[in-house]
Design a binder for this molecule. Structure first.
Ligand code: RIB
Ligand code: CA
Length: 312
């Protein structure tokens, strides 16, 4: 199997961690070229530590982890401790310090160098705010035509951080605007579809029957993530937002997509960070996004189950 090259740009975060675990699983068709971290769920230093700890747990030794932007392009940093806890990966008991170390290079420079030296065959998979991706495009515009695709978690036709805006886009809407207007092919996994990937108690119970340490770790993540989503949003369980990007790359048939125009609001008093999805083509603008609107839940959880079982 020819593996598809990806760079995971993330803010682990419980669902980012699950996305990394699925991407590195034996059923994955992905070759992780690098993991870069960005300020998002918690401070970038903590997100980096969490990414390193996940790499330790799954034995991902040969993938470089590089720390990226510590704040958005324009706004002050905003974090989501109430969802992911003080560490950003609360729940599992983890060693304070990971064995793996981050490389001594900025995440933005890693993205630029990997893309410039590639055969235009690297897919960027951002599952946090888009600060690193925008900075890479601004610092070195030559990468723009060389990026194969951006498969991102963010946005939606409704919000979870404000009524209009989803967290990843809201934290750095200026960065999102740069990315969505770049012309790079984008596949967007927003709340419309990620809220169909809910890890209900029944699903967690089924996954907990998988007998290996990685599955056990994911169960610990889901138990904490579930508590916060039940408490904060009244959901039946946590949406595994970020894993939708990796699931799509492994098996696109899980998702229904349409090709639409999406613009980013950066000025609205009540709508800052909104992804303005032109479903009915009212703007006449050229579509710039493949927008996921439907997920086959049985296929998604079957993939997640096979991915976790592959660590046995
Ligand atoms: O709104 C959900 C997104 O925000 C997910 O990527 C989650 O990890 C947080 O980053
Ligand atoms: Ca995330």
């Amino acid at each position: 199997m020819v593996k598809r090259k990806v760079i995971l740009d993330c803010d682990p975060g419980h669902d980012d961690a699950i996305a990394i675990i699925l991407a590195a699983s034996k059923i994955s068709n992905l070759k992780i070229e690098a993991i870069t971290t960005v300020a998002g769920n918690v401070e970038v230093e903590k997100n980096t530590l969490n990414a390193l700890k996940v790499c330790d747990i799954i034995g991902l030794e040969n993938v470089p982890v590089a720390q990226g932007a510590e704040r958005p392009l324009v706004k002050e940093r905003e974090i989501a401790e109430e969802i992911h806890g003080e560490t950003g990966l609360d729940g599992p008991v983890l060693p304070e310090n990971p064995t793996k170390k981050a490389i001594d290079k900025h995440g933005v420079d890693v993205i630029i160098e990997k893309i410039l030296s590639s055969d235009n065959d690297i897919t960027l998979v951002p599952t946090g705010p888009l600060t690193n991706i925008a900075l890479a495009m601004i610092k070195e515009p030559k990468i723009i035509p060389k990026i194969k695709e951006i498969v991102l978690m963010g946005g939606g036709t409704f919000g979870n951080w404000t009524p209009a805006a989803e967290f990843n886009i809201y934290v750095d809407a200026e960065a999102a605007k740069v990315v969505f207007e770049s012309g790079v092919p984008i596949s967007m996994f927003g709340l419309d579809v990620t809220h169909q990937a809910i890890a209900t108690d029944d699903i967690v119970k089924e996954l907990s029957e998988i007998d290996n340490p990685i599955a056990d770790f994911v169960i610990e993540l889901l138990k904490f993530f579930s508590e916060t989503y039940k408490e904060v949003f009244g959901f039946a369980g946590p949406p595994i937002h970020d894993a939708c990007t990796v699931a799509y790359l492994i098996d696109p048939s899980i998702f229904q997509m349409n090709h639409v125009r999406v613009d980013i609001e950066t000025k609205g008093e009540f709508t800052y960070g909104m992804t303005v999805v032109d479903t009915l083509e009212t703007t006449g603008k050229e579509p710039n996004v493949h927008f996921a609107y439907q997920l086959d839940s049985d296929k998604f959880w079957d993939l997640m189950t096979r991915g976790l079982k592959s660590y046995s």
